[in-house]
Design a protein around this ligand. Sequence first.
Ligand code: NI
Length: 162
Amino acid sequence: MALREIRLEGDEILRKRSREVEVIDDKIKELIKDMDETMHSANGVGLSAVQVGVLKRIIVIDVNYDGTPSIILINPEIVKTKGKEEYQEGCLSFPNKFAKVIRPSEVTVKGLNENGKPITVKGKDLLAEALCHEIDHLDGKLFVDIMEPGTLEYIEKEEEKN
Ligand code: NI
């Protein structure tokens, strides 16, 4: 496993559409492990492959940080949404930047796990937000595109000042 470099705001790759994964080979499995490690090392709740420079439709999510395995989704698709909720949202590609975004309060997503098995993930609140945010990345869409106007804030976290 290895940490990968997170692509930041302004990097053209973040605007590109990621391609479907057709074969889950060792390279893809290694990418997924690296993504998971990179996300945790950056204290993020989600990461898409494009954010580490790979245009493949893969996302990893961990909203719990309780040691349970991350959610891994290959070729994810939102199949159902319910409700609306306002979230204070950030992104590992936009360090210290946050904005208010309105997204569904519940979503159902279908995709494949890292073994190629079809899975369905249902998420509420923060998990719903993370699923929508990461799936948007796969189409080159960023939270700043859909944020509520005038809500972008720069918040430096305490631990980074020390
Ligand atoms: Ni993001």
